[in-house]
Design a protein around this ligand. Sequence first.
Ligand code: MN3
Length: 209
Amino acid sequence: MLELQPLPYAYNALEPYIDEETMRIHHDKHHQAYLDKFKLAWQEQHDLKKLSAEQVLWQLEELKEKVDEKTWMALKNHGGGFVHHNVLWEIMSPNGPREPVGELKEKIKDLGNFAEFKQNFTDLALGQFGSGWAWLVLDGQGQLRTYALPNQDSPLSFKHHILLGVDVWEHAYYLKYQNRRADYLTAWWNVVDFNAVEKRYQAALAKIK
Ligand code: MN3
């Protein structure tokens, strides 16, 4: 049975960059709602029960022919919301290294130096019109890529492994930053845990071998 995991740190652990109330509502209400709605859609389709949420997103195109459109949209939107927020909580922490470590420290140079990567990633997040996420992924050929996608559209559905993502839905920042998405993003870099990103990079490398 899929259950929402508690945050791996206290709700106020990312203060002052991400405030306690935002974390509480984001995790307990928004993330929970994605999971609840994903489970409703998922459990209605007996065949899907043996797939994890990640596998559902990975096979999303193939599933188009197997489920009705309403179910498919629910799997895409709420499955995406469930999986993406699990990643988000994982790649943030009160005290991780704030710059790439391990093998990713070298690999990130494919995208320029870290400062250039950070600026480009921030620009993608800022430029995403409306709700969505900016992503750093590893593709099937072992190349790093960055892009933004709307809503809860998932890199997994492009067969890309997620290394890092930032949520630019207003619910992620509006209580503290209101319309100032740029200020939220500047603050967000102070809570990214690159130990966790390196772990995801190693896991992704193992999957594409
Ligand atoms: Mn969110």
